[in-house]
Design a protein around this ligand. Structure first.
Ligand SMILES: Cc1cc2nc3c(=O)[nH]c(=O)nc-3n(C[C@H](O)[C@H](O)[C@H](O)COP(=O)(O)OP(=O)(O)OC[C@H]3O[C@@H](n4cnc5c(N)ncnc54)[C@H](O)[C@@H]3O)c2cc1C
Length: 386
């Protein structure tokens, strides 16, 4: 089987590697450079926390478990282990947290209530928020370094014989029976049996080249559900080896002593055409919140602010499967793609080799054709919200 995979983000690279390892002849096509899409602007929290409905929880859990199996224990590993600590300071968040921990425990997920003293032990430099009502520790969650994951997968892909074409865009398809030819922006063409579109936020335009509508949102205005800020600090003498979420700030290690910050309530102004400077008011707000939450941050500066653009299907959930009536085209587009990539890549390769994936049944493209009432995508979950 000859396959063209479009997009060398975490999803496309994993699909390409796994297909080639099963014996397919794979060309991985990337319009820019590997990882330059959403993969490079991700908070990369590996979890299945608060993911609904159950089928979506199961997909994300499979992703988390696949990361744990796959990430090497040496310096090539991409995971930061140690779990995640969540603080609730108001009644609503407290009740939500209590219910969520109970539900997750019932499903066998590593979730427990902890005391302020236990939180202080897990997070030596944390300044416990005033009025704290409840604290949860999710023992098995992790954060990832997406670039390291991608490096691992691209090596696997190369070793399995994947041909990589970077700096070329797929510009058209010319179907020939059950197969197709692709035209690339350098004028070359490629004949393949299958195309896997893993084009992230460009999915709608790539699918449109084949005459299919795959409803993945595109940025329209600041504060859209698709956009979000991430800020990265200078290296700091802070002891932090796990994720924190709190009502004002989410924090995770970002390598070399740097911290990555996210504050979902600030995303209302996020606009990828207008990225704030590292000394902007937004940066100062991030720093104030960081200093309130962690000790030894007096010398903190923001080195980088990014505006990430999510891959957001119209109803917020993964799209995966063959395009209706086009035997040669298979489409995958998803939020939480860092969590999902190792599982999805493997399962998609199996499906293309004839092993239908029951776990994908609720995530087919056809749902948008039969159910025109699909709702708004849920906004990324703020602590305390479902
Ligand atoms: C602010 C933010 C926070 C996030 N937090 C988390 C989190 O905590 N946990 C988590 O699991 N996920 C998180 N995500 C989501 C996650 O980062 C994405 O779901 C994931 O990176 C998507 O990867 P991808 O490979 O599908 O897309 P991409 O990385 O965008 O890759 C798609 C690639 O396709 C290429 N391409 C497009 N069109 C063409 C064409 N015509 N020809 C050739 N190449 C083409 C693009 O150049 C791009 O490189 C977050 C995202 C954002 C923005």
């Amino acid at each position: 089987m000859n396959v063209a995979v479009i997009g060398a983000g975490v999803i496309g690279a994993t699909v390409a590697a796994r297909l080639a390892q099963k014996g397919a002849a794979v060309t991985l096509i990337e319009q820019a450079t590997p990882g330059s899409g959403t993969t490079s602007t991700s908070y990369a929290w590996i979890n299945s926390n608060g993911k609904e409905p159950p089928a979506y929880y199961n997909l994300n859990l499979a992703g988390l478990q696949a990361h744990m199996r796959l990430s090497p224990k040496d310096e090539t590993g991409w995971l930061g282990l140690g779990g995640h600590v969540e603080f609730a300071v108001d009644d609503h968040h407290r009740d939500n947290l209590a219910a969520r921990v109970k539900r997750l425990q019932g499903w066998g997920y590593g979730a427990e209530d902890i005391s302020p003293e236990q939180a202080q032990t897990l997070l030596p430099d944390v300044r416990l928020p005033k009025g704290i009502q409840r604290i949860a520790h999710y023992t098995d969650e992790a954060y990832a370094y997406p670039a390291k994951y991608l490096a691992f997968m691209l090596t696997e892909a190369r070793q399995a014989g994947v041909e990589m074409r970077t700096g070329v865009e797929v510009t058209s398809f010319e179907p020939e029976g059950d197969a197709t030819a692709l035209t690339l922006s350098d004028g070359s063409t490629l004949r393949v049996d299958k195309v896997v579109s893993a084009a992230g936020r460009w999915t709608r335009s790539v699918a449109a080249l084949a005459g299919v509508d795959v409803p993945v949102r595109e940025f329209t205005e600041p504060g859209d559900v698709v956009v979000g800020y991430l800020a990265v600090t200078n290296p700091l003498p802070v002891q932090l080896s796990r994720l924190i979420t709190s009502p004002w700030l989410n924090v995770r290690p970002a390598g070399g002593g740097r911290l990555m910050l996210q504050a979902l309530d600030l995303d209302a102004t996020a606009d990828p055409r207008n990225v704030p400077d590292p000394d902007s008011r937004l940066a100062r707000t991030f720093l104030e919140r960081l200093r309130a939450l962690l000790a030894n941050t007096e010398g903190a500066r923001i080195e980088t602010i990014m505006v990430g653009q999510r891959v957001m299907p119209e109803d917020g959930r993964t799209i995966v499967g063959p395009a209706p009536n086009l035997p040669w085209l298979y489409v995958v587009a998803t939020h939480s793609g860092i969590t999902l990539a190792p599982y999805l890549g493997e399962a998609i390769a199996a499906e293309l080799f004839g092993e239908k994936q029951d776990a994908f049944e609720e995530f087919r493209i056809e749902r948008f054709m039969t159910d025109t009432t699909y709702g708004q995508p849920y906004a990324p979950r703020k602590p305390g919200e479902q």
